[in-house]
Design a protein around this ligand. Structure first.
Ligand code: MN
Length: 297
């Protein structure tokens, strides 16, 4: 199938920090079970700036944070407090309900560069117990002038330890010089590539930051080429077989589930409490807005 070029849109997280949102979008809602993709930074921020996302809830998904530069402090309603550093993944499984906050370290300026993804949970897992885990070490290999970090799934004979429930691929590729890399793909998966820095030709399609290149499925490889150092992430997965409703921080199946989650968060009757975040607790948007939404896909 032909490639699709999908421009990211600007979105704000926390107190007005601008990010490039690649998923969901009008053209593509999901790539496999990956249902959300934000590229944050790189930015240099002053003390009090950076990421300031106060306590907020999630259901029906896993949040997947890949840190490239800087640090972020995660706190959640299970009592976890975890600083994520470059080269690490934070994976939070919301299951039937969890809340968390994400803040840059207080009292000093710094640099932030990260990718945050969400993974939709399937029916068998979306009501399960919440969980959180930091993965401090991921498989890294060097090949053809590229440093390849496996974030999820398996590639080039390595397997990421990150616990996901569906067949997925997530890989960070730092192209360190002018080079060409051939990446084998599972033809059952659909795939997409997002350039984070520099310019990369992806299956012949040149892209820079702000452009998601959707590759579709039925490919057994993709050729990457660059003429100067660049960095990108490649994601993939088996097409998600369930219709989802993605609204605010929730992934559900029915509007009633969304309405219940909004009510429970705003009334403090589910999702527990997050302690220690310097950022304000977020309020779920008016449930009346839900009536205006139509299902995704
Ligand atoms: Mn979150």
């Amino acid at each position: 199938m032909p490639l699709e070029r999908i421009a990211t849109r600007n979105a704000e997280v926390g107190d007005g920090l601008s990010v490039r949102r690649a998923l969901p979008g009008k053209q593509r809602r999901m790539v496999g079970a990956w249902c959300f993709l934000d590229h944050l930074g790189p930015i240099d921020y002053q003390a009090g700036g950076g990421l300031t996302v106060g306590p907020h809830p999630h259901i029906g998904l896993q949040t997947f944070t890949w840190m490239l530069e800087g640090e972020v402090i995660h706190r959640d309603s299970l009592g976890n407090q975890q600083t994520i550093s470059p080269g690490q993944v934070n994976l939070m499984t919301a299951g039937g309900g969890i809340s968390h906050s994400e803040d840059s370290p207080p009292g000093r300026g710094g640099r932030a560069h990260a990718v945050q993804l969400w993974i939709a949970l399937d029916e068998a897992h979306r009501h399960g117990a919440p969980a959180f885990r930091n993965y401090p070490v991921l498989p890294v290999s060097d090949r053809d002038g590229c440093r390849i970090t496996l974030l999820a799934g398996s590639l080039f004979g390595q397997r990421a330890p990150v616990e996901v429930f569906l067949p997925l691929l997530g890989v960070d590729i730092a192209l360190q010089r002018a080079t060409t890399l051939e990446v084998p793909l599972d033809p059952v998966f659909e795939h997409a590539a997002l350039v984070l820095e520099g310019e990369v030709s992806i299956a012949g399609e040149s892209a820079g930051p702000g452009m998601l290149v959707y590759l579709g499925s039925a490919r057994d490889a993709v050729s990457l080429h660059c003429t100067a150092p660049a960095r990108m992430v490649l994601i993939g997965g088996a097409p998600f077989g369930e219709d989802i409703l993605l609204w605010w921080n929730f992934v559900a199946r029915t509007q009633q589930e969304l309405a219940d989650a909004v009510h429970d968060w705003n009334h403090g009757t589910r999702f527990g409490e997050v302690h220690g975040s310097p950022s304000r607790r977020l309020v779920a948007p008016d449930v009346a807005q839900l009536k205006l939404r139509t299902p995704d896909r």
